[in-house]
Design a protein around this ligand. Structure first.
Ligand SMILES: Nc1ncnc2c1ncn2[C@@H]1O[C@H](COP(=O)(O)OP(=O)(O)OP(=O)(O)O)[C@@H](O)[C@H]1O
Ligand SMILES: [Mg+2]
Length: 113
């Protein structure tokens, strides 16, 4: 299992969610966050998401998936979030040792989707 974390532009969220849904990736956590990339927040202000100081408004997606869904998840996020401009975002992929559905006690791949 993998835990996929993506930080994207807020105005790309709807498109990313649409593409994820098309690939039957439905379970997701979404947070409003602030952050900065390698331009240190300076050059992206024109995109209209400036927050405070050097930090810009972003959206963070967290998706836990079985291995066969890693590639489609990355594809959907990349396709939905890419404009070619700086600040399009980044995807981080972490090994996920365990997942437990609280209601049933199911574990691992059974609990994840
Ligand atoms: N190495 C990192 N560690 C933690 N968060 C990061 C990292 N890189 C990017 N982020 C988060 O992702 C957001 C978007 O990053 P961004 O797309 O600007 O990356 P970048 O490396 O500057 O690439 P680009 O040159 O395309 O802008 C940042 O505002 C920050 O919240
Ligand atoms: Mg950047």
């Amino acid at each position: 299992m993998k835990y996929i974390i993506a930080v994207i532009q807020p105005d790309r969220l709807d498109e990313v969610l649409k593409l994820l849904t098309e690939k039957e990736i439905n379970l997701v956590t979404v947070s409003n966050v602030v952050g900065r990339g390698r331009q240190k927040g300076i050059a992206e202000v024109y995109r209209g998401h400036k927050e405070q100081g050097s930090l810009l408004k972003k959206v963070k997606l967290e998706i836990a998936v079985n291995e066969e869904f890693v590639e489609p998840t990355v594809e959907a996020i990349t396709e939905g979030a890419r404009t070619g401009q700086i600040g399009d975002g980044k995807i981080f992929i972490i090994d996920l040792p365990e997942c437990i559905r609280i209601r049933t006690g199911e574990k691992g791949g059974k609990a994840i989707g």
